[in-house]
Structures are given as C-alpha cells and as structure tokens.
Design a protein around this ligand. Structure first.
Ligand SMILES: NC(=O)c1ccc[n+]([C@@H]2O[C@H](COP(=O)([O-])OP(=O)(O)OC[C@H]3O[C@@H](n4cnc5c(N)ncnc54)[C@H](OP(=O)(O)O)[C@@H]3O)[C@@H](O)[C@H]2O)c1
Length: 250
C-alpha cells in the first residue's frame, strides 16, 4: 500500500493520478471532501499528530508532500509531525518532496526542508529525498503583442513541471533501487530570451513589476541560482522532462 499525504493539492492530485492504476493507493487529505476521486482516502492533518498516525497505518511506502505553510517554524512542525507519525506506525519507507540544496543549506527556502531531511535521517526509516526545483508553472511567460517580457536577466532556469515531478515520484514509489537515495531533480535549462527566439517573437527585459515573491524569485534567477543541472529527473522519468517551449506549443 502506498500512502500520499497532502494529496488534495496540485502536486498530490498528479501523483495520485499516476499511481492509481499501478498500486493500492491511499490519499491522505485534511478535508475528506477534497479527496481525489477513484482512490481510498483517509483524513490526516499536519496539525493533528493522531490523525497522521491513523492515516499512515499500514503504509509500505509513504510520500510526504511538503506543507504549503509559510511560517518556517510551523512548517517544520508539520513535517516533523509527519515523520514522527511515520516512525511510530513503522511505515516501510518514506519519500519526501524536499528542495534543491536542502541537504546542505539550512536557511531561507531550504530551512524547513533541511530540518525535515535531518529528521528523516534521524528516524532511521528507509528514505528517498526528492529534491524539487522551482515549478515551471510560476515562470511560464505570457506572449503579448508579439513580445515576450521577463525580469530574469537572460539567465538559465532549471525549473520542472509538477506533472513530471509527480511521475518521477510515482516511479520511485513503485520501483526498486531508490532507498537511501537523494535525487536532485532539475528540468532542462532554459531562458526567456532563448524561448522568445524559439517562438519567433521579440524579447524585452523589463524591471520587476514590484516587490513580492515573484520579484524575489526573479532576483534569484538573475543571480544564477537556478542554473544547477543534474540528470536525476530525466533518469527517473526514463525520458527528457517537458520543456517550457513544449508546454507553450501544446
Ligand atoms: N518547488 C516549488 O516551486 C513549489 C511551489 C509551490 C509549492 N511548493 C511546495 O510543494 C508542495 C506541493 O505543491 P502544490 O502545488 O501541490 O501545493 P498546493 O496545491 O497548495 O497543495 C498544498 C497541499 O497541502 C495541503 N495542506 C495544507 N495544510 C495542511 C495541513 N495542515 N495538513 C495536511 N495537509 C495540508 C493542502 O490541503 P487542502 O487541499 O485541504 O488545502 C493541499 O493538499 C506545497 O505544499 C509546497 O510545500 C513548491
């Protein structure tokens, strides 16, 4: 039995979709009314440890999808509650949707992921770290009046689409040889000027629209922080990951 937590979110639904014909799957959701259709569902809330123990009972494989909570302390508490419950009920193995760099960097975006990876290692449970890049969906540009604009300084992005990350997770959960592994999942490197050229439209670099999460992310891109590349995602998929150009053309 494969159990997936936070299964009612965008990533969780894609993971469930890719598992439902391949395994006995249980979707864990905090609100049963939001459970994905066509699979068994159990209630499990990261705020309620007892609900997690009941939800994870009998899992041969557990996928813990990270909490969307923004406050780092609360987010860490959510994840540690999940890892503790997994250990208490003795799940066969735990896979966790971490973030690139979280193995070594314990600040900013990776703070909660780093603490969670440590807790998983300390639990002694067999594990797989699925370190995600930023999701491509946040960066897919709009083409308006024959022009593509961005604030990314022409630097590379190693983003990947949720659908490919979900398929990679499903392959890990149903496959062999993934325990004790850390996967640094990166999509094919792309940039906004290259994308404009491929689409045959003009490109113009513009200032950030204003302060906010997207401006912060764009600054990360301009600093070259999203240019790391590995073969892990392609290798887990057994094919190249979808590019932003392919998604726009589709
Ligand atoms: N790498 C990236 O670029 C990126 C971007 C966005 C998010 N993320 C991370 O990746 C995760 C999955 O992404 P996503 O797009 O699927 O996010 P999402 O669509 O916002 O889904 C978040 C999921 O977490 C569930 N959840 C919220 N609070 C919970 C709680 N207290 N207990 C149990 N479940 C709870 C939500 O349940 P409800 O359906 O009941 O709300 C939902 O199922 C996010 O949670 C976040 O940690 C990464």
């Amino acid at each position: 039995m494969i159990v997936v937590s936070a299964a009612s979110g965008a990533l969780g639904r894609l993971v469930i979709d890719r598992l439902r014909t391949r395994a006995d799957v249980v979707a864990v959701v905090r609100d049963l009314a939001r459970a994905p259709e066509g699979v068994r569902a159990r209630r499990g809330d990261y705020e309620e440890p007892a609900s997690l123990r009941a939800a994870f009972e009998g899992a041969e494989r557990l996928l813990v999808i990270s909490s969307p909570e923004l406050d780092p302390a609360r987010r860490i508490a959510h994840h540690l509650a999940a890892v503790t419950a997994a250990k208490e009920v003795g799940v066969g193995a735990i896979a966790y949707t971490s973030f690139l760099g979280a193995g070594t960097v314990a600040t900013g975006v990776t703070e909660a992921h780093h603490a969670t990876e440590r807790a998983i290692l300390d639990s002694g449970l067999p594990y797989t770290m699925l370190r995600h890049p930023y999701y491509s969906e946040a960066f897919v540009p709009q083409v308006a009046d024959g022009e593509l604009t961005a604030s990314t300084g022409g630097r590379g992005l190693n983003t990947a689409f949720r659908a490919d990350l979900a398929e990679a997770a499903a392959n890990v959960l149903t496959g062999d040889g993934h325990l004790g592994r850390d996967y640094d999942l990166t999509g094919p490197l792309w940039s906004h000027p290259e994308l404009a050229r491929a689409l045959g439209v003009a490109f113009r670099e513009v200032p950030d629209a204003g302060p906010g999460p997207m401006a912060w992310l764009n600054a990360q891109v301009r600093a070259g922080a999203l240019e790391q590349q590995t073969g892990d995602l392609e290798s887990l998929l057994g094919r190249p990951a979808e590019t932003v150009l392919q998604r726009l053309r589709a």
